[in-house]
Design a protein around this ligand. Sequence first.
Ligand code: CO
Length: 133
Amino acid sequence: MTKIDHIGVVVKSIEDALKVYSGLLGIEPLGYEVVEERGIKVCFIQIGDTKIELLQPTRDDSEISAYLEKKGEGLHHIAYCVEDLKETMTKAKDLGLRPLSDEPKPGAHGAIIAFLHPKMTNSVLTELVQHNH
Ligand code: CO
């Protein structure tokens, strides 16, 4: 069944953001990962069946730097699990949705991901995630 894999939140500092999750709610992060190609450090926090993904830029030209500069910290995207990412990207194009890249990108934990342009998804940046089972 399709489920929400995670909700992405852009932050300036993961450490500061963890005050809410670890400090207040008592949930320890699943771990940290730097995705070099995208210039981001990510931290996942398991909340029930889904996760919060905290995204922090590691360099000025990271994937989220322009967003952070323009809009500031906050809700960034919703990610859905898919079985076959390539197939889903083709289907998205057929439906008039616009993937932000032609090929899948590396996600955290060995997953592959793709984003859909928010203009075609009700202004909600939408991520598709295929996990390696
Ligand atoms: Co994400």
